[in-house]
Write a protein that binds this ligand. Structure first.
Ligand code: ADP
Ligand code: ADP
Length: 232
């Protein structure tokens, strides 16, 4: 479903080039939950942002669902990105928009008809358990509820892949658990492929099928969660 081949990313840092990714190879299968774990600065965020080309890799190939994103023009990419949803550590909701409007936002952007937006948004709010909050504003919600809005918004364009960028790092352990359960539920119901990055081992153990450990821009271990975390 997702194939990263020899991905390199070099940033122009203030004090010279920063080699954030040094030849990453990853194969993520359709329908699995794949975790990437590493310390702060290891390159996790850069890696996940290369999957939807929020960052263009300096070198290498990104193939998602059979399409080579690295070969696409910006306008082709905008279309292809509809099949890749993303959620964030700090949720990135629009504070002046209601829950409903936040979830509808990606559809509004592409000019979807009001009646179709409604048909899409209301079931999504049901799915994430926020149907009764649709007219509230983000400031009125808990962290976990905000992330549920983020998840519903990410699903609005019917993606095949969900990218989770430290999606539970701002949440307490109990809320983290319920968000991870929701992600697994969605993964199964919608046959969605999930990629998540985290610095927390517990998150990986809780829901991932396979895991890669990234250190200093290099994948140093890769395999099933059981294999990687029970090796001596
Ligand atoms: P992580 O998500 O694991 O914390 P990042 O991908 O954010 O790691 O960062 C990897 C490396 O790239 C770090 O050394 C970081 O300082 C550097 N980096 C990230 N983004 C930029 C940027 N826009 N410009 C320059 N350096 C960056
Ligand atoms: P961090 O990883 O630094 O904690 P976030 O996870 O909140 O920050 O956001 C990651 C990045 O995603 C932001 O730096 C921002 O540039 C970008 N971003 C913000 N809103 C959106 C959006 N709606 N869609 C795609 N990318 C976004």
């Amino acid at each position: 479903m997702i194939q990263l081949s020899n991905i390199e990313k070099i940033y122009d840092g203030a004090s010279g080039p920063v080699h954030a990714l040094k030849g990453i190879n990853l194969h993520i299968k359709r329908g699995e939950i794949y975790g990437v774990i590493g310390l702060s600065g290891a390159g996790k965020s850069t890696l996940i942002r290369c999957i939807n080309m929020l960052e263009r890799p300096t070198k290498g190939k990104v193939i998602v669902d059979g399409e080579d994103l690295t070969a696409m023009s910006d306008s082709q990419l905008r279309k292809a990105r509809k099949s890749i949803g993303m959620i964030f550590q700090h949720f990135n909701l629009l504070s002046s928009a209601t829950v409903y409007e936040n979830v509808a936002f990606p559809l509004t952007l592409i000019g979807t008809k009001k009646s179709e937006i409604e048909k899409k948004v209301l079931p999504l709010l049901e799915l994430v358990g926020l149907a009764d909050k649709k007219d509230q504003y983000p400031a009125q919600l808990s962290g976990g509820q905000k992330q549920r809005v983020g998840i519903a918004r990410a699903l609005a364009s019917d993606p095949k892949v969900l990218l989770c960028d430290e999606a539970t790092s701002a949440l307490d352990p109990q809320t983290t658990k319920s968000i991870l359960e929701l992600i697994r539920d969605i993964n199964q119901k919608l046959q969605l492929t999930v990629v998540l990055i985290t610095h927390e081992m517990q998150v990986i153990k809780e829901i991932c099928d396979n895991v890669a450990v990234i250190e200093n821009g290099v994948i140093c271990e890769q395999g099933t969660v059981l294999d990687v975390f029970t090796n001596p």
